[in-house]
Design a protein around this ligand. Structure first.
Ligand SMILES: [Zn+2]
Length: 401
């Protein structure tokens, strides 16, 4: 029951949070540890591996969650009291990066014991977990969390001498067979050459090599990304000319009408209740009837007022999702001065890179569906969308808007 009410019932708050002094079942942010959690997400977003992040934290003397817990006074049993410090590990870092509690979700009841005699814990299937979304204040944004989950799911093998993964690791595929393109280092004399080749070619020779120099590929992708960012900046300007948002507006108008009706109903109940009092004073209505009717009118008024509150929230939500809906444009616009392809930008803005051959590369950008939807909307609004052979898009108005 407590879990379903969003009450935290664990003995210890997750790292980055503490139990509220006033209400022990509520999680509030622990500013110090939450800062470290944010740093961990930031490092991951910049392409660092879990190992490298753990290393950095240990080097800079940041206490691991276990040490932090004992240092901050709670009588936490660390399990091993050898006097040795528990350090950060890639496992600890990964657990933090995967934990939904940092976007405000409370997930409890993950484990169970078969019965009271057996002490062993079993992990329950995910559908049986008790998950409450937006239960407490988040430490990281939904978007950063989603990107990190994507990163964790991708093949991001790191070369041993490097702390950062390659900007396009896990995103490059063969345009022919769809298999992943793998990075290959070839040494010729003193020089080192880095290529991407089709992994199917490497494994079975069933596909051609589709070989492309890593540097050339990254340059081409950066170029195409710049073109797309330019398109999106122009798109934003074109959208500013069309300020209408027909669907949402219809929804809001409908809600406003219903709010008016409910407000009138609430007011009517109040008036009836007042008249009722007069009637009782004048002896038209008995005391018992007065009590009963008074109660009924009050209930009806409360219900109407509650409905009004709900619809007001709905309108707010529509406005919120409205602004959220086009936020992706800013994800591109933010990088208008980009001069280097970093892991961070690649993961944020690029979905896939398809390699045809060393001269032909196709980039599938993130938010492709949103982009298409906006282009369609602009066409309906009387804007002509012209794309040249270099991928640059122009927006031309048939008539002045
Ligand atoms: Zn292939």
């Amino acid at each position: 029951m407590k879990r379903k009410n969003g009450e935290f019932i664990g003995s210890f708050a997750p790292y980055g949070y503490q139990k509220d002094e006033g209400c022990r079942n509520r999680l509030v942010i622990d500013p110090v540890a939450a800062g470290i959690v944010r740093d961990i997400f930031r490092m991951k977003l910049h392409g660092m591996s879990q190992d490298a992040i753990a290393g950095r934290l240990n080097e800079t003397g940041v206490l691991s969650p276990m040490e932090y817990k004992s240092a901050s006074g709670s009588n936490y049993q660390t399990g091993f009291k050898t006097g040795e410090r528990a350090l950060w590990s890639s496992v600890t870092v990964r657990r933090i990066l995967e934990n939904e509690c940092y976007i405000g979700n409370l997930v409890q009841g993950r484990q169970t014991t078969p019965n009271h005699k057996v002490k062993k814990l079993f992990v329950k299937p995910e559908k049986d977990w008790v998950r409450i979304e937006k239960n407490h204040e988040p430490v990281v944004s939904d978007r950063d969390f989603a990107i990190v989950q994507r990163l964790l799911g991708m093949d991001t093998r790191v070369s041993p001498e490097q702390a950062e993964v390659y900007p396009l690791a896990g995103m490059v595929v063969c345009a022919d067979c769809g298999a992943a393109m793998v990075r290959k280092n070839v040494c010729a004399g003193k020089r080192k050459y880095r290529y991407y080749v089709c992994s199917r070619n490497k494994a079975t020779k069933e596909c051609a090599s589709h070989r492309i120099a890593a540097e050339r590929l990254e340059e081409a992708v950066l170029h195409l990304l710049k073109v797309q960012i330019g398109n999106i900046l122009d798109l934003k300007r074109a959208m500013e000319k069309v300020s209408e948002i027909p669907f949402q507006e219809l929804n809001i108008r409908e809600l406003e009408k219903r709010i008016e009706q409910k407000e009138a109903e609430a007011l009517r109940c109040k008036e009836l209740r007042n008249m009722l009092y007069e009637d009782m004073k004048d002896g038209i209505v008995s005391k018992e009837d007065y009590m009963e009717l008074h109660e009924a009118y009050t209930q009806r008024r409360d219900m109407a007022e509650e409905a009004v509150g709900k619809m007001r929230q709905e309108i707010k939500d529509i406005f919120a999702s409205n602004t959220d809906k086009y936020r992706w444009l800013d994800y591109f616009a933010e990088h208008r001065d980009i001069d280097r392809l970093t892991r961070n930008v690649a993961v944020e803005l690029i979905d896939r890179v398809k390699v045809v051959d060393k001269d032909t590369v196709e980039v599938v950008f993130s938010f492709g569906d949103c982009y298409k939807e906006v282009l369609e909307g602009l066409k309906h609004a009387g804007c002509e969308v012209v794309c040249d052979s270099r991928g640059r898009v122009r927006f031309e108005w048939k008539e002045a808007v």
